[in-house]
Design a protein around this ligand. Sequence first.
Ligand SMILES: Cc1cc2nc3c(=O)[nH]c(=O)nc-3n(C[C@H](O)[C@H](O)[C@H](O)COP(=O)(O)OP(=O)(O)OC[C@H]3O[C@@H](n4cnc5c(N)ncnc54)[C@H](O)[C@@H]3O)c2cc1C
Length: 416
Amino acid sequence: MRFSGFRIVAEALKGHTGWRPLWRDPEPQPAYDYVIVGGGGHGLATAYYLASRFGAARIAVLEKGWLGSGNVARNTTIIRSNYLLAGNEPFYEFSMKLWEGLEQDLNFNAMVSQRGIINLFHTDAQRDAFRRRGNAMMLAGAGARLLDADEVRRMAPFLNHDNARFPIRGGLMQPRAGTARHDGVAWGYARAAARLGVDLIQNCEVTGFRIDNGRLRGVETTRGSIAAGTVGVAVAGSSSRVMAQAGLRLPIESHVLQAFVTEGLKPTIPGVITFGAGHFYISQSDKGGLVFGGDIDGYNSYAQRGGLPVVEDVAEGGMALMPVIGRARLLRMWGGVVDMSMDGSPIIDRTPVDGLYLNGGWCYGGFKATPASGYAFAHLLATGEPHETARAYRLDRFARGYVIDERGAGAQPNLH
Ligand SMILES: Cc1cc2nc3c(=O)[nH]c(=O)nc-3n(C[C@H](O)[C@H](O)[C@H](O)COP(=O)(O)OP(=O)(O)OC[C@H]3O[C@@H](n4cnc5c(N)ncnc54)[C@H](O)[C@@H]3O)c2cc1C
């Protein structure tokens, strides 16, 4: 069924009796050409682009829980392409371009909203760094505007502009950045992939890999063995655990990142705002809730819940940037397990096991990458060659010294 305005009117007249499930619930087949492990945003996008752009058939996505149970529906929904380094910026800009046409492509309302992002700066040195980043963005066609203090004050009068310790001197704005409804993105990709014949198999955990003389033959799952010539793993925070089943040790640590949502308020915040003097960022959902977050918890964990020290830290950041937030009541908070790589950048590459591929290391920023990551991973799986925007995301770059350290924090996954 295609979605359209006419369809909504027709269904309203019929008492909404014609809507069908968004995807089938198939039994796993004994063999596929492509198996994607992980039914998050990246796994679902990979399956969709494999089928739609590379004409691949016999594809299965294996998900241990339900589709969208992981970080794809736990993130704070920010999409942007405001990167500095040559290894990153073209990739994230490719992703932004895919976001811009995504809803038409998928025939699904993922509530992509280009409401803009402002990264605030509070010192002259920060202004210089953001000017440089803005130049890199403009060279990649991503667009950028350097705002002075008055412009930020006009756009966001509710911020604490004259805080003696952290005065707001201006901001770097990417007008094309914004937000998207995170679980809607998973549902949109799932529905579109299923329409192209992809088997989406839920409650199917991959528990091992069948490897013969360095060649992958298939996967073991809680629903039986499945043979496959090509397997792509896109399990985000579980990357190190899943790849360990193939005998691989990854340059990735898993950490918890928390998100917070307040009660619904009248429209206040025009776009996404990040605090330059601490780790805090905020936007407002279409339902009115203030959506915000900050640092990762900073210790290794596979638990999808965080600790109170970060709650306090995030609350302090919010109060310093926007004291009025102290009046809002927190409605919900949760944690997700993020796959922090050693340089803060992702991996989309083949592995030493022939036929086994890895998509991971997304840290706390992989939601915005979902379309490009899926496209680039599908390109790699289908052609054996990396996509032109993802050439730098090699697994061996840490051993070879070609790190992509956007933040300049060194080999400290908890600091990226
Ligand atoms: C609180 C929070 C806020 C964030 N905010 C942002 C943001 O604003 N912008 C942004 O760009 N990014 C953000 N991120 C990061 C982003 O959400 C992730 O980088 C991205 O979602 C990871 O890719 P994914 O969607 O494929 O992961 P997931 O949705 O986690 O998908 C991985 C899937 O693999 C499945 N799986 C694991 N093990 C197995 C197995 N053995 N067999 C089968 N399936 C398995 C899991 O159940 C899961 O569904 C945030 C993350 C968190 C936690």
